[in-house]
Design a binder for this molecule. Sequence first.
Ligand code: AMP
Length: 117
Amino acid sequence: MSSTVTDCLFCRIVAGHLPADVVAENEHAVAFRDIDPKAPVHVLVVPREHYGDVTQLASGDPLLLAHLVSLAEIVASQEAAGQFRLIFNTGPQAGQSVFHVHGHVLAGPEPLGWSPA
Ligand code: AMP
């Protein structure tokens, strides 16, 4: 599903109706710090348009998924010399709790251990 969903947490952040610590943004997507970080750098990259998860985004608008990856790269270049882990939890059993697709950009000054986002 695409467009904006009024009761979606991340649609509300993208619209500026809820506060977030935004670190980068462009016409396609917004990057903001996770409220409960699991790594020294833990930023969420979120398309402005609503898709429920990464599979829906990939099938509905693959170019937008590419833009999301590009924004993750920009965040990592700003904060971690361009090296990062990008995680898309997909489905509740995989740990997805917000059903507006988001990539977890995880990075740090030290090599990352296993840190499920
Ligand atoms: P997931 O569990 O993969 O759906 O990831 C959702 C992420 O959103 C979690 O890591 C939460 O800590 C994060 N989160 C929830 N609410 C907010 C918020 N208001 N601002 C920033 N991050 C949030």
